[in-house]
Write a protein that binds this ligand. Structure first.
Ligand SMILES: Cc1cc2nc3c(=O)[nH]c(=O)nc-3n(C[C@H](O)[C@H](O)[C@H](O)COP(=O)(O)O)c2cc1C
Length: 310
């Protein structure tokens, strides 16, 4: 149909695609490159803050490394971020490096569609109502999409302390492999930040893609705590050591003891050690990737599955 052909020229691609991927994702490799050296950081980097857009990793790759994302099957370079070293964070004998994103680009769309789609997306961001990422300028949002070339798993974080219960979705999370730490970047305005800093315990439920709608519905709890665990639309089970209510239908439940937290720009970066890990079921996990990544995969006949909305 002529409409399918004309659509990319008049409408931008969605910024984000919600996809169903087996975890840990294997589709995209992330490499840090500096001074002729290369290190695989696929499971050793995460977003630490949205404003300024900041990447955390356990490596110190010098003052100006690049972070490149490659499709594993074809070896094709999908995108790259230019980083600038900003700070170091030390905790329990491990040191992480925080890098600001200075610039970036992707190769998921061919010229002239690539700059045209960027222009359409940026125009839409400037015109529409604030989105969850509206604390970022359009150029930084484009760079964040590049960071999402490596599909990011979605979890539900449970907090349970006297007088405060909560459960909310997060995807700015992940292991920082070499340090053995696990990071969560939570906007400092989140209602549970003070409790998490004090109780230093959370349970993380890895969410099956089939529970997409339930996960999204819980985003309201970034702003208001949960009144009662019984009010959730799905059953919970207590986590193994801390006894924190987590999702009974989760693929995996991890307990995290928070060993360090500090404000990094717009977010509070929590660093934790995994105290227990229960593998409960095998299915695809809810992930987010960039819309232009899904478009690239579709063009190559291998799109990620997209979970249905009820
Ligand atoms: C699937 C999902 C993942 C999210 N991940 C994070 C996260 O990692 N860190 C964070 O601070 N907020 C996260 N959020 C919260 C949103 O960025 C946003 O603050 C929240 O949905 C409230 O949106 P609003 O400010 O537009 O009302 C997530 C929300 C959803 C739905």
């Amino acid at each position: 149909m002529w409409k399918d052909w004309i659509r990319p020229f008049v409408r931008p691609l969605p910024q984000w695609s919600v996809v169903a991927v087996a975890s840990p994702q294997q589709a995209v490799a992330a490499n840090l490159c500096w001074n002729g050296a290369t290190a695989d950081v696929t499971s050793d980097h995460t977003v630490a803050s949205l404003r300024p857009l900041t990447i955390a990793t356990s490596l110190d790759a010098g003052p100006h490394p690049t972070l490149e994302y490659r499709d594993r099957a074809s070896g094709r370079r999908l995108g790259v971020l230019q980083l600038a070293r900003a700070a170091a964070v030390s905790s329990e004998g491990s040191t992480l490096t925080l890098y600001h994103v200075a610039a970036g680009g992707h190769r998921c769309l061919a010229w002239p569609l690539r700059p045209w789609n960027t222009w359409l997306q940026n125009r839409l961001m400037q015109r529409t109502a604030p989105s969850p990422h509206s604390l970022m300028a359009p150029a930084a949002t484009q760079q964040l999409m590049i960071a999402y070339l490596s599909p990011r798993p979605v979890i539900l974080v449970s907090v349970d302390a006297p007088g405060h219960h909560n459960i909310f979705p997060m995807d700015l999370i992940g292991p920082l492999g070499r340090s053995g730490l696990f990071a969560l970047a939570l906007r400092s305005t989140n209602v549970s930040v003070p409790t998490m800093r004090e109780s230093r315990r959370v349970a993380l439920s890895c969410m099956p893609a089939a529970m997409k709608d339930a996960v999204y519905a819980l985003s309201v709890h970034h702003k208001q705590p949960l009144t009662d665990w019984e009010a959730l639309p799905f059953p919970v089970r207590r986590s193994r050591t801390f006894g924190i209510p987590a999702v009974a239908a989760a693929l995996r439940i991890r307990e995290l003891e928070i060993v360090h937290s500090e404000e990094v720009g717009s977010h509070t970066l929590f660093l934790g050690r995994v105290v227990s890990e229960e593998a409960l079921a095998q299915a695809t996990q809810l992930h987010h990737t960039a819309g232009f990544h899904q478009a690239w995969r579709r063009r190559h006949g291998q799109p990620f599955t997209e979970p249905r909305t009820a």
